[in-house]
Design a protein around this ligand. Structure first.
Ligand code: F6R
Length: 260
C-alpha cells in the first residue's frame, strides 16, 4: 500500500483529484467506484471545479457507488443517491444511465445485489475505487467481522457507525440500521483503490489498516493484500503510524516513472 501524508484534508483532496484527473485522461471511459460521507466532499468539489473549467470530462464515465441505506428512496434527502446528486452528479456531465447506486427500496435485495455485481462485471470492472475509512476500520459498510471475500449484500450497521452517521440525520427520522454495500471481495477486484482518511478520530483505524494484522476485525486491513492501493491521509490521521518516516521518504523519493 502506498501511503501519502499531506498536511491537511485540503491537500489530501488535491492529491486525490490529481489521481482522478490522471485516470480520466488515461482512460476517458473509466469505471469509477465512488464513496459518500464527509471525507470525499473536498475531492468532489475540486472535481466539479475542474469540470467547470473544462479540465476533465465525465461524458464516457460509468460510476458505481459503494453503498446505500436500506429503505431510503433515491429522493430521500439523506440517501446516498441524493448526496451524490448534490455533491457531484448534478455538477458534471456524467450520463444518467451510467450512474449506479444500490436501490435501498428494492423488494428483493439479494437479487439486486447479484445484479449489481453483474453490472460491474459487464462494465469491465472498476478502474478506480474511491474509499473512505470508518472509525471502526470499515470500508464500504463492511463492518468488523465482515467476510474478507464478501460480495455486494445487505449489512447491519454497528453502534459506532450509527453514532458516527447520526449527525447527518438530525430531524430527518431515525438512521436506518441496514445498508446495501459492495463486499470486500468486490472492492478488492477494483484495479486501483484510493482511500482517503482525515482527522485524529481516524488515526487508530489508519494504523490498524496499514500496520496491523490482516483480519476481519479491521476490514480495511484487507487492502494490504491489494495489488494497487493508494492511501492519502492528513497529519492527524497519520499520528499512530509506526513507519511514518519511511512512508514520507518513499513518497518524496518516488522514481519519475512511477508518478501518476
Ligand atoms: C460511504 C462509505 C463509508 C464511509 C466511511 C467514512 O459511502 O462507504 O465507508 O466512507 O464511513 O465516512 P466519513 O467520510 O463520513 O468519515
Amino acid at each position: 500500500m502506498e501511503v501519502i501524508i499531506k498536511p491537511d484534508i485540503d491537500a489530501a483532496s488535491n492529491e486525490a483529484a490529481r489521481i482522478f484527473a490522471a485516470q480520466l485522461k488515461r482512460k476517458p471511459t473509466s469505471v469509477l467506484g465512488l464513496a459518500t460521507g464527509a471525507t470525499p466532499l473536498g475531492l468532489y468539489h475540486i472535481l466539479t471545479t475542474m469540470y467547470a473549467r473544462s479540465e476533465i470530462d465525465f461524458s464516457l464515465v460509468t460510476t458505481f457507488n459503494l453503498d446505500e441505506y436500506v429503505s431510503l428512496s433515491a429522493s430521500h434527502p439523506q440517501s446516498y443517491a441524493s448526496y451524490m446528486r448534490e455533491n457531484l452528479f448534478a455538477k458534471i456531465n456524467v450520463a444518467l444511465e451510467n450512474i449506479h447506486i444500490p436501490d435501498g427500496t428494492a423488494r428483493d435485495i439479494p437479487a439486486i445485489c447479484t445484479a449489481y455485481e453483474e453490472t460491474i462485471d459487464r462494465a469491465g470492472g472498476i478502474d478506480l475505487q474511491l474509499l473512505g475509512l470508518g472509525s471502526d476500520c470499515h470500508i464500504g459498510f463492511n463492518e468488523p467481522g465482515s467476510s474478507l471475500t464478501s460480495r455486494t449484500r445487505i449489512k447491519s450497521l454497528n453502534e459506532q457507525t450509527v453514532k458516527d452517521n447520526e449527525r447527518y440525520f438530525e430531524g430527518a427520522g431515525p438512521i436506518p440500521r441496514h445498508v446495501i454495500t459492495m463486499g470486500i471481495g468486490t472492492i478488492m477486484e477494483a484495479r486501483h483503490c484510493l482511500i482517503i482518511a482525515s482527522g485524529q478520530h481516524k488515526a487508530r483505524a489508519v494504523a490498524a489498516m496499514v500496520e496491523g494484522p490482516v483480519t476481519a476485525d479491521a476490514p480495511a486491513s484487507m487492502l494490504q493484500m491489494h495489488q494497487h492501493c493508494t492511501l492519502i491521509i492528513d497529519e492527524p490521521a497519520a499520528a499512530q503510524l509506526k513507519r511514518l518516516d519511511y512512508y514520507r521518504w518513499v513518497y518524496e523519493n518516488k522514481p519519475a516513472w512511477q508518478k501518476v
